[in-house]
Design a protein around this ligand. Sequence first.
Ligand SMILES: [Fe+2]
Ligand SMILES: [Fe+2]
Length: 202
Amino acid sequence: MPRATTAGGPDVALLPATPDGWLPHALAHFDQVLVDHAHCEKKAAANALSLLQSYPDVPGLPAHMARLAREESAHLAKVLQLMEKRGLVLGFDKGDPYAQGLQALLRKGAKERRVDRFLVAALIEARSCERLALLAQGLVKTDPALARFYEELATSEHGHQRLFVRLALEVEPKDVVGARLAELAQAEAALVRSLPVRAAVH
Ligand SMILES: [Fe+2]
Ligand SMILES: [Fe+2]
């Protein structure tokens, strides 16, 4: 299982917050989780292009975000394929309280907002990595092929969290990034704990 934290590189100290009840609930309502997952991948692809639009002057960002948008779109296409096999349709995005709660953490000033957008994206990737890896574990006995798919996605999201921390370090000094990341990680974990268990990735 990919770990949420590793030594030897920029990484996110994700705090434990996922309730024990989440995995059994997600497995019992897996169709709903799949639809939510598709929306998550769509939002990740859209956010990559939005960051490219907002910060083309950050070194390396345009190429990284172009690749990320492509990768997240590929995840979306695979999830849509799984949905089609199950007769599920995407429908409109009803919005999710996790994304909305994190959005509220972004500070107002341009400089502060920029680093916050990178770090919040890193935390979303880290939490996604954790949840997808849990799904992989939960599915391994009943559907090994699907479990492998989720394992691959978790590994991919793990790489993305590191990318976003690297981008934060392009725009702010290490101590500033570290302090803000610690604050946001606390807030993210508090948000997760405050939400009811949902048949959703977050
Ligand atoms: Fe993804
Ligand atoms: Fe991702």
